[in-house]
Each structure stands twice: as structure tokens, then as C-alpha cells.
Design a protein around this ligand. Sequence first.
Ligand code: NAD
Ligand code: 6OD
Length: 484
Amino acid sequence: MKQFHNFINGEFIATSKTFENRAPVDNHVIGLVHEAGKAEVDAAVKAARAAVTGEWGKLSVVKRVELLYAVADEINNRFDEFLEAELADTGKPHSLASHIDIPRGAANFKVFADIIKNAPTESFQMTTPDGGTAISYGVRSPLGVVAVVCPWNLPLLLMTWKVGPALACGNAVIVKPSEETPATATLLGEVMNKVGIPKGVYNVVHGFGPNSAGEFLTSHPGVDGITFTGETRTGEAIMAAAAKGVRPVSFELGGKNAGIVFADADFDKAVAGITRSAFENCGQVCLGTERVYVQRPIFEKFVAALKTKAESLKIGASHEAGVGMGPLISAEHKEKVLSYYEKARAEGATVVTGGGSPTMTGDLAHGHWVQPTIWTGLPETASVIREEIFGPCCHIAPFDTEEEAIALANDTPYGLATTIWTSDLGTANRMAAAVHVGLCWINSWFLRDLRTPFGGSKSSGIGREGGVHSLEFYTDLRNVMIKL
Ligand code: NAD
Ligand code: 6OD
């Protein structure tokens, strides 16, 4: 049976307490995960501290950059291993993980190596009261020991999106992968050893949240900062833990994103874009659109076209040819998504398509499958319009004016992302300014340039990462003033 060990101070560490890691496609046991207790978390924090104050902390930026390039290259050398590990843990389509998840796993190290290599700091010269001169300049020091707490929807991508910049800035990290997806974070430990990243720089502790590795790590006084991706409710718990010691947090949290389609949009592109934003990764993308607003003249035509697209998505296992949608991550999550499918019906929705589970045969009958689902006809107060479901579903409502679309999009406590479809640049610019989100895509969705600020407004997050913005979190910017 495959074992997923903790990775502490460059060594794979077993514990006496294990839990099963199951495959979403058919619920078979992939392996046993070794849960870290307080002792393992403490050992990881000590190892990370020793790395920051030791060899790693003394490396030049040039040498660090070389090592991060080597990490990226080694991920690419072992591309198929990472891919298979991610597919087993998540069940997502091969085409998706091979084009997005694993390439981004490597890119996240290269891009932040380049950014740190070229990052300037500010400097000022001034005349002092006695007529002399003083020069001030900024110096970036690592934050120190950084806890990286991750979700399960894009495991390698989201973990390396934090680990890449953290290491580029000279920190040591302790990663707590989701209990649902332990594989790629563990595999990355082998890569770190192979390319010569010093012991203690990259650590992994497995387990759950409350009363397990997640809580032990985020409440550990030896952790200098916490970067977290996951549910808003979990963010609140972690923020409370971080308050002790006034430790900084960077949060990428939940969303209830609006997709807005104007009548002047390129119709086919808009339909294809919303098909992706609603159903990609079985709807388990924080940036996804569970609320779609379509301008009235094209409303009926759009609903019909999205229905056709949803019904043409082939549901199946990762390696099946032509598969466009995999399963949900777990039985528990399937239950949650199906409970919203029931709520939508109870609240009076018109079910345009889907609304249940597909019939799967053989081993796949044990997997966590749901149908892509589209609703219309609900009031804005309905729970499937208010609450994040994180499944392959959306409600579509008509709108008439730009002002109405803005009001609808903003009527949520969340503020993560929007995708807006129009051929009028003026409309695009006005909408981008008025919709209160951290990420606004025009005529596109989840198109990424890693140099740009990424993060959520309102209840969707705290802070921005990406490009130089990541340096704001992963370094401590100090000022030095020299009186000449
Ligand atoms: P989650 O919040 O349940 O879990 C995320 C991680 O936090 C897991 O590793 C979990 O073990 C850990 N955790 C849970 N409780 C904890 C606690 N009290 N203390 C410390 N750690 C704890 O989220 P999930 O279900 O894994 O992921 C789905 C959620 O993530 C959705 O809400 C989605 O919108 C959000 N998400 C946001 C972004 C973004 O960029 N904004 C990206 C991906 C996912
Ligand atoms: O692309 C990224 O860097 C990123 N953080 C994506 C988040 C996706 C959410 O599910």
C-alpha cells in the first residue's frame, strides 16, 4: 500500500496515526497518509527555523535562483509522475492537469526566481537639518518560517504558487496540503532533495484542520506568517490563530462570482467562456461563475446554447478520451453539492439541465459524480445564488442595463472574480471599474500572467500575491538611513 509520509528536515517521516487517501473516480484506496501530530509540527518548525538562520539564509540570491530553476526543471523531468499523482488524488481530466496544473507547478518556481532576481527597492536622498545629506534605502529580508495551508482543487498549482515566492524570498516553508490531496506535496519533497535544496527549507505535514496538523501549525508560535487558500470560514479560524503574536496573513478565500454577458458580445466565445467558468474542474475553481447574468435580447438563445454545451461535456475518468469533466473531490462534497441541487428545486428553480448524478458503470459507479447543472427563474435571495457551492452549476438570470448588471454582480459579501463579455471597450472599462472584485476578466476567464496582482476583495481574501506583490508578503521590508 502506498504511504504518504510527512517531509521534515529533508526526511520522510512516518507516524503511528494514518488515514486513507481515496480516489474520487471510484473511491478506491490510493494509500495511507501519515498524520502529523504536535511533535511532528514542532519538528518541522524547528527545522525551518534552522534553515532560515543557517545555510539557506546565507545563500546569495543568485544561488537561490539557480536552485529554484533546478526545482522547476526537475518537476518537468518528472512531469508524468506529478501528473499521475494529481490525477489519482483529484480525478480531473488528463487534458486539464497536463495543460494547467503541472506546468504551473514548474512555472511558479521559475517566475518567482526571475522576479526576485530583478526586484529593486526604493531609495531616497535628502538634505538634513544641519545642511548635510542622508540616503535611505530599502532592504528586503525574508519573513522567516512561513506556514502554507492549501486546498484540494488545484493541489500542486496552488501550493507552489505560495512556495515558489516564499522560497525565492529566502524563507523556509511548512506546507499543510489538503487531507484530500496529499500526493504532489509529498512528491515535491523528493525533488527538493534531488536538486540540493538544504534540509528544512521545504517541509510537509499531513493531516486535517481543527485539532490536527492545520491547527497545530497555524497556532505554532514559531511560525512567522501564514499564507492560506481555502474557505472563508477556515480563513476566519486561521486569522484568529494568527492574532496571537500578531502574525501576518495572506488569504485567498471563497467566492460567488458573477459572469456577465452583454448582447453585443461575440456569442460563441461568450458561451465557450462561460462553459469553462461554470464547469471546468467540475466547478471546483474558486474563480468559477455560479451566477451568470445575460442581457435580455440574447437571454433565451444563451441559455439554450449553454445547455447544449453542458450536455455535450463527456463525464468520465481522467484518461478516457474526450473527457471534459471529472468527479467531485469526495463523497462529502458530492453530498453538499447535491443538497444545493435539491434546494434549487425546492426554491422553485427551472432546471434547464442536470440536477442530479449521472449513471456510471463498473468501478466508476463508486465515484463522486454529479451532472453539470443550469437553473433559471430563481429570485436573487435563493440560496444557490447567495452561497458558494463549488460544484459544476450556475443560475442564469436576465438583465437590461449596465447599472442593473453592476448591482447584481456586487450584491454578495464576496469579491473574488468576474468574467465580462462585451465587444464595447467602453462598457468593459466601466464594468471593470464598478464590479467590486480583485480579478476582472474581459472576454476571457482564468487567463493568467503571474506578474499581476491576484487576490480577492471583501470576504474573498486579504492581500495580493503575484509578481512584486508576493514580495510584499514574503519579505520584511526594512529601511536603512545613512547620514553621510
Ligand atoms: P478548506 O478551507 O476546507 O481547507 C483548506 C485547508 O485548510 C485544508 O488543508 C484544511 O485541512 C485546512 N484547514 C481546515 N480547517 C483549518 C483550521 N481550523 N486551521 C488550520 N487549517 C485548517 O477549503 P477546501 O475545501 O480545501 O477548498 C475549497 C475552498 O477553497 C473554496 O471555498 C474555494 O473557493 C476556496 N479557494 C479559494 C481560492 C482563491 O484563490 N481565492 C483558490 C482555491 C480555493
Ligand atoms: O492561478 C493562480 O495563481 C491561482 N491562485 C488560481 C486559483 C484558483 C482557484 O481555484
